[in-house]
Design a protein around this ligand. Structure first.
Ligand code: GDP
Ligand code: GDP
Length: 461
């Protein structure tokens, strides 16, 4: 089972050329298959040892009618929905156009994983366009030349982790595999945009044995009567379980269930090492569940740190709060220990709960939603640059060897978690302390507690 990549972008950027290069002769025309729109071409692609399905949205320029923008948007939305990952292609020679911005907007709002390619990147004429592409807020642009076959190694490197994650996920949980052959009828085209399906929020509950993970998950599932009724057939063998959490579709990664299954299979030791890691890789939001009696054990710290390094939104939940007597003093001690032991997660929500009685679970829900929103937060470039000016004025960057580092421009390159890029002189001379000053400032000034924030310094050509 391979993943599906959709090539999207405005006409003439080189989508077909790239499609043909990736697919070679392995083209399967989908026109004759019932229910598949004629506008999308599909083929089996190979890049090195990675095999995947590629969908091409090209061919739009033939439609010389007034409905072009609408059709383009609908087609792109449809491709995005069918794909596991989108490759958004822009033309590095032309630079970023208003139409590119429209596409970027669609992609930023979708939950699909997006890679950005700056095509026609051969030669110097493309340099300005590549720099401009950073500003789209979709991550680092991959310079490509579809026509000359340049940049394919970088594309391979970008696709490799996706391919690996997909293979691992498929192995872990067949239920997670998306229905790639989503039938799309021609009528949908007339009826307006196909609504983008809301993907469930992926949550993992991690923590040391006995913290109360099973109790918590059972409690959450128990509140969802529809799915846990006698005929619903939810089995706790599943590694990820879908349910409705106060109106939010959620999939919870069930490490506790895994352990129970593992016991049967006598693979406990092997699984318990890997399960926390897998859960973190699966999740968008990781709930680190602590036992109030023994909080912040080594194992808890390791998993919280792992979640931060993997770029996940983190919520810390302190369980068995029903057993605590002096709750006020305990909470103050917990917050102090948190800031001291997990400075990298400064400001992450700390919620006290009782999985047993159900107290605090509404606040846990709110904290998970907030963490997810912050993780997805996008700060407009203009606002960031005003902010950067203020930060520099308040505290100028270091001047190694007597030459002050100039911070020229800042943009948010990605969300989930937020990634920022600062274009500057002498990026290699920048000191960590100054980067931390900026990161902590971003957290405070743009209200981004708890989410990992990435900030890189880059030199400009
Ligand atoms: P699509 O409409 O996005 O599918 O774009 P096409 O693949 O039809 O390409 C549009 C034009 O750009 C064609 O003339 C291609 O030959 C040209 N083109 C595609 N890739 C490259 C490239 O890497 N470099 C240059 N210079 N031109 C390219
Ligand atoms: P897991 O290993 O993390 O899945 O932990 P379990 O859910 O199996 O819970 C371990 C023990 O803690 C069980 O005896 C639970 O009844 C108990 N427990 C779990 N949550 C709470 C809670 O909120 N309050 C109290 N008092 N006990 C709890």
């Amino acid at each position: 089972m391979s993943f599906t990549l959709a090539i999207v972008g405005r006409p003439n950027v080189g989508k077909s050329t790239l499609f043909n290069r990736l697919v070679g002769r392995r083209l399967a025309l989908v026109d004759d298959q019932p229910g598949v729109t004629r506008d999308l071409r599909e083929g089996e692609a190979r890049l090195g040892d990675i095999e995947f399905t590629v969908i091409d949205t090209a061919g739009l320029e033939d439609a010389n009618d007034d409905s072009l923008p609408g059709r383009m948007r609908r087609l792109t939305e449809r491709a995005v929905e069918m794909a596991d990952v989108c490759l958004f292609v822009v033309d590095a020679r032309t630079g970023i156009t208003a139409t590119d911005e429209v596409f970027a907007d669609i992609l930023r709002r979708s939950s699909a994983q997006v890679l950005l390619a700056a095509n026609k990147a051969e030669g110097r004429a493309a340099e300005a366009g590549i720099a401009e592409a950073w500003g789209l807020g979709l991550g680092e642009p991959l310079p490509l030349s579809a026509e000359h076959g340049e940049g394919m190694t970088d594309l391979y490197s970008a696709l490799l982790p996706i391919s690996e994650a997909f293979a691992e996920r498929a192995q872990l949980d067949p239920v997670l595999m998306p229905d790639v052959s989503l039938p799309v009828s021609e009528e949908a085209d007339e009826a307006g945009p196909v609504p983008t399906a809301q993907k469930p929020l992926q949550v993992a509950v991690v923590g040391r044995p006995n913290a109360g993970k099973s109790t918590l998950i059972n409690r959450l599932l128990g509140e969802d009567r529809l799915l846990t009724g006698p005929e619903a057939g939810i089995t706790r063998d599943a590694i990820s379980v879908p349910f409705d959490w106060e109106g939010t579709p959620v999939r919870v990664f069930d490490t506790a269930g895994m352990r129970k299954k593992a016991k049967v299979q006598e693979k406990l030791e092997k699984l318990s090492v890997a399960d926390g890691l897998r859960a973190v890789k699966f999740a968008e939001v990781v709930i680190v569940l602590l036992d109030a009696a023994i909080p912040f054990e080594q194992q808890d710290l390791r998993i919280a740190d792992l979640a931060e390094r993997e770029g996940r939104a983190v919520v810390v939940a302190v369980n068995k709060w029903d057993l605590e007597e002096d709750k006020g003093a305990k909470l103050a001690a917990l917050r102090e220990a948190f800031d001291r032991l997990l400075p990298q997660l400064r400001g992450a929500p700390l919620v006290t709960v009782s999985a047993k009685t159900g107290r605090g679970l509404d606040r846990l829900h709110a904290a998970v939603m907030k963490a997810h929103a912050v993780w997805n937060r996008r700060v407009p470039t203009a606002q960031l640059n005003r902010w950067l000016e203020g930060m520099v004025a308040a505290h100028p960057p270091p001047a190694p060897n007597g030459r002050r580092i100039k911070l020229r421009y800042m943009t948010q390159a990605k969300t989930r978690p937020p990634h920022f890029v600062v274009m500057c002189s002498q990026p290699d001379k920048m000191q960590d302390a100054y980067t931390r000053y900026l990161v902590n400032g971003l957290r405070a000034d743009f209200d981004m507690p708890g989410t990992p924030i990435r900030l890189v310094m880059r030199g400009q050509a």
